[in-house]
Design a protein around this ligand. Structure first.
Ligand code: UD1
Length: 431
């Protein structure tokens, strides 16, 4: 199993091209199930989750071709690919446990499958171990669209023989995945669907833009009420995946810890406003210039701060582990309240192995800084947690080995390459 070795202590200086967003690319790929036409997606990142989803879609009847890397012209070695997905016919409405259990987003095929064929049998999902992560909101909303849902042997068996019918759906809590799923399903439902308390995440907006390019009739994306007027079919379209705000935020926090100066290329700073404001309040210089973000940390003097995670436009839970690592270098007590996932503090004990002083109290983490981090063997427990260990290791003295790197490969494209070209001493060890 691959490991990553990091010798900490180098400042990060240079530029990093930011990849297409994993959390947008996954639902966009799934949207291809809704149409007989070809969906062309540019700026798809090279990640294990993308490969896995390609297998899930392939099982359902998708033909996928890839044009090769460098299609964005940012940096031939490390920029996204163009993917063409064509699903002339759904050959199978069964998404099996072996694949869906490895990635939660695989479950989202259920909405498009039901919308296009009236049938779907999809394994209950897996993904990062960051809480119970139920799918009740997805299932209730699909029932409201007229689907008959049965849970059998770990599978959701769903049927809508007469097609889905538009409905008014009010989510009791904000869910990114349920918003994606119901958005996709309702594009082909008859009549009007209104989603209330919809997720406002930029990845939802990106999905709507793509669905609209395919011929869907949708309004209100980026607000909490989305209106969908069903159409009878969707067509071929081309769409470019938006930049990964979580990847950009992660590298911004890395340089805030190590000191130095990074230019993050191909970023939409608007989508990172909240975390950037927090970083500025902590004393980091963050400047936006067209599609670039310049992050400079020159004085090694971070201020502590209190934050809580919230749905967009609040502080993203997917940057919580990374800012926690950063807070270990702030001078005083910082606090994080995690409000989205109840078990998303598994990085705490691993950060402690590097010398962090963090106390947990229910949904609150209290981080005491400044601590001098010291390299150690650590274990990645989930995707964002593992990258928090990488950025902490970059600021630690001596050698760190991050085990279970497969989590990182699910969500961070070419991380060793991107960091080492900015001066980090980081290499992958393959056994
Ligand atoms: C997506 C992101 C993930 C991010 C999360 C929150 C992808 C591939 N994943 O995950 O990186 O951390 O949004 O921004 O885009 N919930 C229920 N019932 C449901 C669905 C969700 O109770 O049916 C709860 C969850 O347990 C959680 C909260 O709602 O407490 C938010 O989860 P949700 O937004 O659905 O997360 P995901 O879409 O799984």
């Amino acid at each position: 199993m691959d490991r990553i070795k990091i010798i900490g202590g180098s400042k990060l200086i240079g530029s990093i091209p930011i990849s297409g967003a994993k959390n947008a690319a996954l639902p966009l790929m799934i949207a291809s199930l809704l149409s007989e036409g070809t969906l062309t997606l540019k700026n798809i990142p090279h990640l294990a989750d993308i490969t896995l989803l390609s297998r899930i879609l392939g099982d359902l009847g998708a033909n996928i071709t890839i044009d090769g890397r460098g299609s964005q012209g940012v940096d031939d070695e490390i920029s996204g690919v163009t993917m063409h997905i064509n699903v002339p016919k759904i050959s199978n409405f069964f998404a099996k446990y072996e694949l869906v259990s490895k990635m939660r987003a695989g479950f989202w095929v259920i909405g498009p499958l039901l919308a296009r064929t009236g049938r779907a049998k999809v394994s209950l999902p897996g993904g990062c171990a960051i809480g119970t992560r139920p799918v009740d909101l997805h299932l209730k909303a699909l029932q409201e669209l007229g689907a008959d849902i049965k849970l059998e042997d770990g599978y959701v068996n769903a049927a809508a023989p007469n097609g889905l019918k538009g409905a008014r759906i009010k989510f009791p809590k904000v869910s990114v995945g349920a918003t994606h799923n119901i958005l996709m399903a309702s594009t082909l439902a008859s009549g009007q669907t209104i989603i209330e308390n919809a997720a406002k995440e930029p990845e939802v907006v990106d999905l709507v833009r793509c669905l609209r390019a395919m011929g869907a009739n949708i309004e209100g994306e980026g607000t909490s009420v989305i209106n969908i007027e069903g159409v009878t079919q969707l067509n071929s379209a081309e769409h470019t995946v938006l930049p990964d705000r979580i990847e950009a935020g992660t590298y911004a926090m890395a340089v805030a810890m190590t000191g130095g100066s990074l230019t993050l290329m191909n970023v939409n700073g608007k989508n990172l406003q909240y975390p950037l404001n927090i970083m500025k309040a902590m004393g980091v210089e963050c400047l936006e210039h067209s599609n670039n973000l310049h992050i400079t940390q020159s004085n090694n003097n971070l201020k502590p701060i209190d934050i809580e995670t919230n749905p967009y436009p609040g502080f993203p839970t997917d940057l919580q582990a990374q800012i926690m690592a950063m807070m270990t270098q702030a001078d005083g007590l910082s606090r994080i309240r995690e409000t989205i996932f109840e078990n998303r503090f598994m990085h705490v004990q691993e950060l402690a192995r590097l010398g962090a002083d963090i106390t947990l109290d229910g949904d609150m983490a209290i981080i005491k800084g400044v601590t001098k981090l010291q390299g150690a063997q650590v274990m990645a427990t989930d995707l964002r947690a593992s990258v928090s260990l990488v950025i902490a290791a970059l600021a630690a003295k001596g050698e760190t080995i991050v085990n279970r790197v497969y989590h990182l490969d699910r969500g961070f494209e070419d991380i060793e390459k991107k960091l080492s070209r900015c001066g980090a001493i980081i290499e992958r060890l393959t056994d």
